[in-house]
Design a protein around this ligand. Structure first.
Ligand SMILES: NC(=O)c1ccc[n+]([C@@H]2O[C@H](COP(=O)([O-])OP(=O)(O)OC[C@H]3O[C@@H](n4cnc5c(N)ncnc54)[C@H](OP(=O)(O)O)[C@@H]3O)[C@@H](O)[C@H]2O)c1
Length: 245
């Protein structure tokens, strides 16, 4: 794959301090992009990722911005644009997972999931778009639970990721006249903090008999961020070892 087209681009990774988002931030840096990344609470980890990005010879910024806050998202975008001048690639990765039966799901948890996983995705894209030129790339991180939600207690998480998949279809139509594409990556179980307590159990449900690695998702993001993906928009791409077949 030729990712040379990513060189000298500016990427904003929403939720880039750990897991999949950190792997994507590092991969885009390896492909030559300057990267701004946001985090909610893991400031030290975000600074570590930024240092690892700068070790690749490109520029990095770590910005504190809770995706539940429209003002904080706007501020993060403003800081990235003030330094880099524009945003070519936006990866909206920040997400939270709370598993509970419908009878036990609290209103607070429901609102938090919707705020970060749905409203925050829309607001981050909305904030970045005025600064994106033609050829821009928007990438969201959904989940294979939007395709097959077989795990008890995952109704709200699946609902949020289904919403992202449909949001991406609608935004693809709106952004096409500007020459900006938007696509959604739907991972299955990937080895991160989010899945630490379920890895052993879920392995058995996956035809490839293993969970995925953040770098494998980052490789797909690198393709979507490159010029080579130019004819793809509005797509949801599932990467899950065959789990949702
Ligand atoms: N791991 C999987 O198996 C899997 C499968 C399918 C989809 N996904 C999706 O992939 C994305 C990343 O998951 P992951 O496994 O890498 O999760 P993770 O290890 O828990 O990392 C989550 C990342 O999102 C950030 N984040 C969380 N809430 C945020 C908020 N309110 N505002 C800003 N940033 C926030 C975190 O920042 P802090 O470090 O500051 O908290 C962290 O950088 C999520 O959208 C998740 O739903 C994951």
């Amino acid at each position: 794959m030729n990712t040379a087209s990513t060189r000298n681009k500016t990427a904003l990774v929403i939720g880039g301090s750990r897991g999949i988002g950190a792997a994507i931030a590092l991969r885009l840096a390896r492909d030559g992009a300057n990267v701004a990344l946001t985090y909610a609470s893991a400031g030290a980890k975000a600074l570590d990722v930024a240092a690892a990005i700068e070790a690749q010879g490109v520029q990095a910024m770590a910005l504190k911005a809770d995706s539940a806050s429209a003002a904080e998202l706007q501020d993060a975008v403003g800081q990235a644009v003030a330094r880099f001048g524009r945003i070519d690639i936006v990866v909206v990765n920040a997400g939270v997972l709370h598993i509970a039966d419908v009878a036990a799901f609290s209103l607070e948890q429901l609102d938090r999931m919707l705020d970060v996983n749905v409203r925050g995705v829309y607001l981050a894209i909305q904030a970045a778009l005025p600064h994106m030129p033609a050829g821009g790339r928007v990438i969201t991180i959904g989940s294979n639970t939007a395709v097959r939600s077989g795990h008890p207690g995952s109704s709200v998480y699946s609902m949020t990721k289904g919403a992202v998949a449909v949001m991406v279809k609608g935004l693809a139509v709106d952004l096409a006249p500007r020459g900006i594409t938007i696509n959604n990556i739907q991972p299955g179980p990937i080895e991160t903090d989010m899945t630490a307590d379920m890895i052993e159990m879920v392995k058995e449900w996956i035809p490839l008999k293993r969970v995925g690695q953040p770098d494998e998702v980052a490789a797909l993001a690198a393709y979507l961020a490159s010029t080579e993906s130019g004819y793809m928009t509005g797509a949801s791409l599932t990467i899950d070892g065959g789990m949702s077949l």
